[in-house]
Write a protein that binds this ligand. Structure first.
Ligand SMILES: Cc1cc2nc3c(=O)[nH]c(=O)nc-3n(C[C@H](O)[C@H](O)[C@H](O)COP(=O)(O)O)c2cc1C
Length: 193
């Protein structure tokens, strides 16, 4: 049996929320399953940057805008915040190791990868489900993060199963098909046979 956890964030308390409140809040937020992306920026040859991000969201179709949030404590924070272009890679189930690598501070993130050059010279990774090449459109303060909004300049898509993140763990998605479940994208693949 699962035990329900409820909580209120005591914002009036001096010094901010207690660590247990933060952990409960983090656990509750973790119930929101997301995809997993790697965002890259900079230049292919001169010091490219990249990080794993699950705060990605589509925002507007007309004009086409997407957004994600970067922590002010990220090493690459200043460079992402001022980057004129950045690219969001939506990862496939095959790319969990890459997600872990790009979430590791100090890792040699691009070592050994087949990289090509995209819009604005931004490094592009292979093998993802979708890619959105963006020009920076706006930034918004958001507490310990900054929200980066991008205008989609180019995009592409491959019909492969996406990587999922939920409850602090990587996971897979299943599609519902008339009450039965099958691996994500399988129905669409059959329709195209
Ligand atoms: C699944 C997952 C999602 C993440 N999402 C974000 C995110 O949206 N924004 C963020 O700033 N950090 C996020 N992180 C943490 C960064 O990937 C990590 O801190 C990274 O090393 C930061 O890059 P840096 O080397 O520039 O510090 C996430 C980590 C994981 C494992």
């Amino acid at each position: 049996m699962s035990i329900p956890v409820t909580g209120a964030v005591d914002r009036a308390a001096a010094g901010g929320p207690m660590p247990t409140q933060l952990q409960d809040l983090r656990n509750a937020l973790g119930m929101f399953a997301t995809g997993v992306t790697i965002v890259t920026a900079g230049n292919l040859t001169t010091n490219p940057i990249g990080m794993t991000a699950n705060s990605f969201s589509s925002m507007s179709l007309d004009p086409p805008l997407v957004l994600w949030g970067i922590s002010r404590s990220a090493r690459s924070f200043e460079r992402f915040q001022s980057a004129p272009y950045w690219t969001v890679h939506v990862l496939s189930v095959e790319q969990e190791a890459l997600a872990r690598r790009f979430a590791t501070q100090g890792a040699d993130k691009f070592a050994g990868l087949a990289i090509t050059e995209g819009f604005g010279g931004v490094p592009l990774l292979d093998g993802c489900c979708a890619r959105f090449e963006c020009s920076a459109a706006a930034t918004h303060d958001a507490g310990d993060h900054v929200i980066l909004v991008g205008a989609v300049e180019r995009f592409n898509r491959r019909n492969v199963a996406p990587l999922v993140f939920r409850g602090g763990k990587f996971a897979i998605a299943l599609d519902s098909s008339n009450g039965s479940w099958q691996s994500s994208g399988a129905a669409e693949r059959q329709e195209h046979l």
